[in-house]
Design a protein around this ligand. Sequence first.
Ligand SMILES: Cc1cc2nc3c(=O)[nH]c(=O)nc-3n(C[C@H](O)[C@H](O)[C@H](O)COP(=O)(O)O)c2cc1C
Length: 348
Amino acid sequence: MIAPVSFADEPAILPGWRFSVAPMMDWTDRHCRAFHRALSGRARLYTEMVTTGAVIHGDRERLLGFSGVEHPVAVQLGGSNPADLAQAARIAAEFGYDEVNLNVGCPSDRVQEGRFGACLMREPALVGECVTAMKAAVCVPVTVKCRIGVDDQDPEAALDALADAVVTAGVDGLIVHARKAWLKGLSPKENRDVPPLDYGRAARLKAARPTLPLAVNGGLRSLGDVQARLAEVDGVMVGRAAYMEPAMLLDVDPLLYGMAAPAPDPFAAVEAFEPYVAGVLQSGERLHAVTRHMLGLFNGRPGSRAFRRHLSTQGMRADADLDTLRAAVALVSRDRPDARIRDAQAAA
Ligand SMILES: Cc1cc2nc3c(=O)[nH]c(=O)nc-3n(C[C@H](O)[C@H](O)[C@H](O)COP(=O)(O)O)c2cc1C
C-alpha cells in the first residue's frame, strides 16, 4: 500500500469526489467511462450532459444505460424547468446513478436558447428552485457544476449568489469551473481556454463556506496540479487531460487514496479491459466505439503513434475485433516512457 498524501476526508455521500473526470459531450459516453474505470477504481465519473427533454421523451436506455463497473457514476442534466428536472432526476436515479448533477456552465448557443447552462449564472433563484425540486425527487446527492460568472458579472458577487441559492436548496456539492463564460462572441471551445482561470475565487468560496463540499475544475494537466488544488478545496475535476492522457488515471488511486491502481501499467489495464470490449463486440457494436477513447493511452511511449494509427484505420473496420486491439498494443514498446529520452541523452 502506498502512503497517500493526506487530504481532507471526502464527503461520505460523495465517494470519489476528490478526483472526478468531467462531463464531456461526445467523449465521456459509457464506453469511455468503463475504460476510465479500468484505470482508476476510485475516480468519480460523469456522463455527458443530457437534457431533460431527451431523458423524459427520448430513448432512455440509449441515453442513460450504463455498466455496473462504472460506479461511482454521476449523470449530468441540462435544463431549467424545476418540474422537468425533478422528473429527469427521478428517472436517472431509478437507472442507478450515484449522483445527479445540474449543468450551469455550458455556454453553447443551443443551450442558451433553451435558457439553461451557463446563462443560469444570471438566475441563481431559479437554480435554487431547480435544486430544491431535484432534491425532493431523489435520495442520491444532487450537485451543481457552474462557472465563476458570465460576461460582465463580478465573480465575487455572482458565485456567492449562486452558492447561497443552491446551499439554501440543500445542494450536496458544488463544482466550480474556475473561469467565466463569455456568452457572446466565444465558441464553447474558446470558452474552455480564453477567459482566465481564477482558482483563488474557488478557494475563497470554500474558505467562506467550509461545510459546502467544493470541487474545482479547469486547466488541471497533471496529478501535481491536482495535489496543489486539493490543499484548498475538497475535490478536483479533470476533463481534457484525463481524456487525452488517460494513463494519468493510473496514478489517481495510489497518489490520492494510497490504494493500488486497478492495473500496474497501461498494458495490464488493456488486458483487464478485454472482457468489457468483448461484451461490446458481442452486442453488435464496433470496436471503434470503445477504442476511440483509448487512443492517448500510450502517449509518450515509443510506438504510441503506430498504436493510434492502427486503431484509427484497422479499428474502424466492421470486422475489427480483440485481435485488432491486441495487434495495436503489440506496436507499443514496453520500455518505460522516458527510456528513449534517457537513451538519447546518454548517446549525446
Ligand atoms: C469535448 C468536451 C465536451 C464537454 N461537454 C461538457 C458537458 O457536457 N457538460 C459540462 O458541464 N461540461 C462540458 N465540458 C467542459 C468540461 O466538463 C470542463 O469543464 C472543461 O473542459 C474544463 O476542464 P479541463 O480544463 O480539465 O478540460 C466539455 C468539454 C469538452 C472538452
